[in-house]
Design a protein around this ligand. Structure first.
Ligand code: PRP
Ligand code: URA
Length: 207
């Protein structure tokens, strides 16, 4: 699928399998989701631009690089929180915005309940983080909020995506790069991804 990068690295796939396993309890689920997020970040940031700079080593001058733009990480609450800490460790200078969305159970519409974002996102690289892309309603709602703040360079990092969700995101945001560890079969009647991993928020936090 155009614009969708499926990260097939064996460590990512190994960890995804542990997360899918129904026997994985919240304590382990949190740890493994955090680890896999860090691994996925390498791929998701591969096309970040960097400017050449000179640096003095103890012995001589060396050519190096500095990221061209500041980064804003935006986890979608709740489940996106499970991917935040390890990514923040890799990009400690990043700012962190939050978007709170909850799918309404019957309509599957994403209801927004929280937003805290920089006033102007134009100059930033934005990484939108949510383990699950199901109907795509949450991702589109989150993107709408980022666009309202002027975001121009956004990447969406999911762990598991459904074809339905990818299609919906594509309809609204055709150029948004999506990084995921898996594109699963389809959604079930309740809007859960099959085979998926269940309710990511519940599995992370136990409620
Ligand atoms: C889950 C998940 C995504 C959303 C995906 O969140 O973390 O945000 O569902 O579904 P969609 O693509 O159909 O919108 P949920 O609304 O269950 O909230 P939670 O993370 O607080 O449990
Ligand atoms: N949200 C989840 O947490 N899991 C799904 O399968 C779909 C939406």
């Amino acid at each position: 699928m155009k614009g969708v990068t499926v990260i097939t690295h064996p460590l990512v796939q190994h960890n995804l399998t542990r997360l899918r396993d129904r026997r994985t309890r919240p304590q382990e689920f949190r740890r493994v989701l955090s680890e896999v997020a860090a691994l996925m970040l390498y791929e998701a940031t591969r096309s970040f631009t960097a400017n050449p700079v000179n640096v003095q080593t103890p012995l001589a001058s060396a050519r190096g690089f500095k990221l061209s733009r500041e980064v804003v990480l935006v986890p979608v609450l709740r489940a996106g929180l499970g991917m935040l800490d390890s990514i923040l460790q890799l990009i400690p200078s990043a700012r962190v915005g939050f978007i709170g969305l909850k799918r309404e159970e019957t309509t599957l519409r994403a209801q927004s309940y929280h937003k805290s974002l920089p006033a102007d996102l134009r100059r930033f690289e934005v990484i939108l983080i949510d383990p699950m892309l199901a109907t795509g309603g949450s991702a589109v709602a989150a993107m709408d909020l980022l666009k309202e703040r002027g975001a121009q360079r956004v990447r969406l990092v999911n762990l598991v995506a459904a074809p339905e969700g990818i299609r919906r995101v594509r309809r609204h945001y055709p150029a948004l790069p999506i990084f995921t560890a898996a594109v699963d079969r389809r959604l079930d009647e309740q809007g859960y991804i099959l085979p998926g991993l269940g309710d990511a928020g519940d599995r992370l936090f136990g409620v």
